[in-house]
Design a protein around this ligand. Sequence first.
Ligand code: HEC
Ligand code: HEC
Length: 350
Amino acid sequence: MAWKVGGAMALLLVVFGMTGTAALGPDPDRPTWRRAYRAPVEIPFPDDNPYTQAKAELGRKLFFDPILSGDYSRACVSCHVPDLGWSDGRSRALSRHDGVMDLRTPTLLNLAWQERLGWDGKFRDLETVAFLPITATGNMNLSTAEALRRLSADATYAEAFAKAFADPEITQDRVEDALATFERLIVSGPAPFDRWIAGDESALDAAAQRGFDLFNGKARCASCHSGWSFTDGSFHDIGTATGTDIGRGRFFPKSPALRYAFKTPGLRSVAERAPYMHDGSLPTLEAVIDLYDRGGIERPSRSPDIRPLGLTGSEKADLIAFLRTLSAAPGAVPAMADFSPVAPLPPSAR
Ligand code: HEC
Ligand code: HEC
């Protein structure tokens, strides 16, 4: 699918034809469910930071460049790795001081559509997050002043900022705008699931189709993992965290339902980015399904949509078969070495 960029918040939705020729014995609600998963074709950009190709290219250069870490040892891409579903394959992010952070690195896929960022929703938007890892002493450990001094002293950056902002001055705001513009282009590639949603019945085998019915029906996954990127953008206690790891509850101590609540992660490319959960506590998709089947820790904050599911062994396997269809086919996603998400602007957005 070709992604269009530009435009304000307006999303053009593809109107896929439904063929209605489902496999034998599908859930009667399947056609209705399928309609809820059509992908948008246009990436939304905020009015105060609209898309331009020059800004996106500058953002990409910054994202991959260790110039933004104190000792030149890390870049954003050190943890948000394209080949690992834009996460890092670790249960907790690696701190600069020999040790690990409290949280696992989340994927950066499809964040253009997400309102609140961070596992507990503490970040307002992509612009706000951009500089935080740079100045964090346990992470990239570079002061704002030094970051701007280094970039200003580099002739290729001076030129790139001049091109992106029609003015050569390098400021924190501009670094943030460029990184955020690049990050909005990190969109999941077309997966077998999308072909199926578009009407190609052969794109999902029978097990994955049964898994889709379970996902939307008996297992209630879609009550939180909703829509084409599989998240409601909201926060729930699914019965994982314990102790002082209370997630969004930190900001809303008077709201019992937000105790132990974390952001619902999107599930695109989920098979490529084990381990799972905000604390990397579950090593495999099998372990995730077992957790949901058990219903997690029972407590007042646990979401009413989480309770023991009574899944059979083959139902668990069907759910996993379905989750695997959310990854783009091998080869459809470029390897990191030739990664270049900055597609030419389609004519309609010029
Ligand atoms: C050491 C690993 C590491 C590096 C380097 C790093 N990040 Fe992250 N990133 C994380 C972790 C861990 C979180 C989760 C933070 C939280 O939820 O509080 C995160 C969260 C984010 C989020 C929010 C994602 C979401 O789903 O809510 C964005 C956006 C982001 N990082 C962008 C960047 C950018 C841009 C850079 C480079 C300037 C960067 N990161 C560098 C580990 C890293
Ligand atoms: C009540 C809302 C809710 C329901 C229902 C729900 N989830 Fe989740 N899911 C979440 C939240 C919130 C997280 C993150 C929890 C955390 O980090 O501790 C999550 C995490 C996950 C993850 C890990 C993703 C990652 O990147 O770490 C997978 C996989 C997943 N869910 C699949 C499912 C499946 C399959 C079902 C149905 C059996 C389901 N979920 C039902 C809210 C929900």
